[in-house]
Design a protein around this ligand. Sequence first.
Ligand code: ADP
Ligand code: ZN
Ligand code: MG
Length: 487
Amino acid sequence: MKYEAVIGLEVHAEMQTNTKMFCGCPVVDSTLAKPNTAVCPVCSGMPGVLPVVNQQAVEYAMRVALALECKIAHTSLFARKNYFYPDLPKGYQISQYEYPLAEHGRLVIDTSAGERAIRICRVHMEEDTGKLTHVSPPDGNPYSLVDLNRSGVSLLEIVSEPDLHTTEEVTAYATTLRDMVRALGVNSGDMEKGVIRFEANVSIRPVGSQKLGTRVEIKNLNTFRGMERAILFEIERQSQLLDNNGHVIQETLGWDENNGVTYSQRSKEEAHDYRYFPEPDLPPLVVESEWIDRVRASLPELPRARSQRFQQQYALSVEDARMLATDTITARYFEECIALTTQIPPRTIANWLIGQIFAWFNTSDETIATLKVTPDALIALLQSLQNGEINQNTAKSVLDIMLKNGLSAAEIIQEKGLGQVSDSAQISRLVEQVLTENNKELKAYLEGKETLSNWFFGQIMRAAKGQANPQILREELERQLSKLKNN
Ligand code: ADP
Ligand code: ZN
Ligand code: MG
């Protein structure tokens, strides 16, 4: 390891406001809505229109900035970033430049080497662009389609300092940030829908050096896996360049997922000169201390803190705590279950949730939000298991049915006659019956082949259709066997 990688991430997250950043158009799901159905003169760049800042967007941006421990500027400015491209009919994007909404934050991440604080450089607001679809018909001229539904949707840009050094750290940072914006209700975290997008700036330097190397910026990274592969590819490519006395060129790269390579989109010489200047149609954005304080006070518990609390309070493993704490609705469901019982340990509840219920989400199209089994119903089922009315296997099959049709455990146990047999007289009769029917094995047992007691156990359980209380069965079997032995 001659070189150390240095990585900084730029994250764009669409904010889930009802309307766009500077106009009253609704924000629609761009993968579902018909093209150009949520468009007005403002977001289609007609001359003479005036933008108006969306207050909810500012509040959402502050939520994220405060959760990232940033300092909020009482006065920030919008700026025009000028460039011409058909996805942006105005000829410029309204963004923030020299005076962003927030700066100097940090995000603590967990890696196999422990926790690390990654510095956040800035958090600012801007508007999203429209979407182009390039079409090349086999028997005609290529053309591009423009959909302006996304044009003007409020976007948050979160820029880290170049504090990341491994792909493990990059993925930890990206997932922690995505989980955070979801928990804050600002973004759905849905990478497939493109509502949160990552760009990685990558350079390398000799181990021990403090000087930053020349960086490249990698765009269109659509998955965490793709981002890791692209970064590893770049580290390798740059290392070979330096090894061969070459040098890295500062440029913007794309990631070709199919071929597993980065490719040049534009070099520094071709880089846009955006001619930023303060947006003349918007006054400075002023946020007063009371507003900042109010937003700070309203911040919910964040996934990472909740995960640590779950580990301590409920004795969960790191991984289990993370799985239950990341999503707010799941966490709430789990804690509602816990509040309903003092008899069932939180870890048992966690196991059922993570095991069978999460598996159900993977095989059905249901989520915690559509789950038919309420916390009450789940606890009632676990109660029946705990008090011996049903055994572990029966509980699993009962839960399977509950997940599908939403019936209660009691109804299913009753209807299907699944109740576990705990009646000792009944079990005693079964034991006696099986021992008499298997004379040969009984003789062998009495002559010293003691392992056969497990075989008897299996036979009796089978005779009881798996519904005998295993503990009572075991005791009764041992009692009868030792009685026979003593005779
Ligand atoms: P630009 O607009 O040119 O992309 P930004 O300031 O928006 O510049 O983003 C720069 C990003 O690149 C930040 O995330 C920063 O941490 C990262 N970065 C800057 N210098 C380096 C470097 N030498 N190596 C890796 N990342 C870097
Ligand atoms: Zn509009
Ligand atoms: Mg950049």
